[in-house]
Design a protein around this ligand. Sequence first.
Ligand SMILES: Cc1cc2nc3c(=O)[nH]c(=O)nc-3n(C[C@H](O)[C@H](O)[C@H](O)COP(=O)(O)O)c2cc1C
Length: 364
Amino acid sequence: MHHRVLREPILKRNADIVYRSLIKPLLFSMDAERAHSFGEMAMRVPLVWSATSVMAHTSDPILRTEVAGIRLPNPLGMAAGFDKECRVIRPLLSMGFGFATAGTVTLGPRPGNPPPRIIRQPDRYAILNALGFPGPGLDVAEDRLARMRKAHDRMFISIAGTIEDEVIEVHRRLQQHGAAIELNISSPNTSGLRVFHEPGRLRGLIESLARQKTVPLFVKLQPWARNDGARREALRLAETAVSAGADGLVVANTHPIEHEGLSIVHRGGLSGAPLTDHTARMVAETKAAIGADGDVIACGGVFNAEDVWQMLSLGASAVQLYTAFIYEGPGLPGRINRRLIKLMRKAGITNIRDIQGKGPAPEL
Ligand SMILES: Cc1cc2nc3c(=O)[nH]c(=O)nc-3n(C[C@H](O)[C@H](O)[C@H](O)COP(=O)(O)O)c2cc1C
């Protein structure tokens, strides 16, 4: 036993040093999409992800929680869009994520927008993207997801479409392969999705999905600003989704922005650190609007255990992140989870759910 205690921190520290001093500079010297493919390729090599799993060590029962009845080893998830190709869910889980989201999957294969479609802004820990849902389409995605049987109980599958029948078909075929379905009505790069921002259309769609659903259904909302019509509209959509049969909401997607370096559309979504405070506000507003009728998953600008604590204290049942993983690397889920345990111990909390309503994280 003492042998493990001695060895683990050294391994963890070394793996982190290797990532920060060698791998991250290499990845950041490449174009963002090439770096992503490279990282994905590396993650598919079993030896690589079993090595990174050494950094995870998140089996402490204190972190166990439940979201819409789904039992998870910890409340930290990978957000949609990282594994569009539906290939690296198992490596993500072994790196310490409690759950991971595959997709977004659409009915047909899509090339997305022409490059450049991803811009990194390291000075403010942000990413801009105008990908526009490149992906292999339902047939290929279903085949890959079906082969990941061991990951099904911790896998969310993000789906989208612009016509009801399309979404219903993707939902029907994919839900058997995951623990939950996340309906994306909010990517700023695919304007057709906005049809479901009309409450009547959203209600009709969710009611159809609810009739065939066998696993919990989440709706991923677009972000909204403080005190304006968009806020009222978004909260109305949140209430509509839940009353029509959704089990919860993901709050929220990327923030729409304009940037002339982005593809030919010059528009895209902002992710990362600039989102954190907005996400906290929107989580609190959504929880106030839907109460106990649905679970809220916080997404946007989560970088550390204190951010996780804040989102949970404001009423989220779990969190998702994407951009922080790009900047902080594969050791991040393990680091967040270990620090979350310390915060809970300091505050005398033994259950993740008891963080709700606790106020700011204690000082360590
Ligand atoms: C490159 C990139 C691609 C993304 N693709 C998707 C996607 O396909 N579907 C989706 O619902 N969200 C997608 N997102 C949004 C993320 O899931 C998340 O909502 C957003 O980035 C905010 O979280 P973060 O600040 O932790 O990155 C994408 C984000 C990035 C940066």
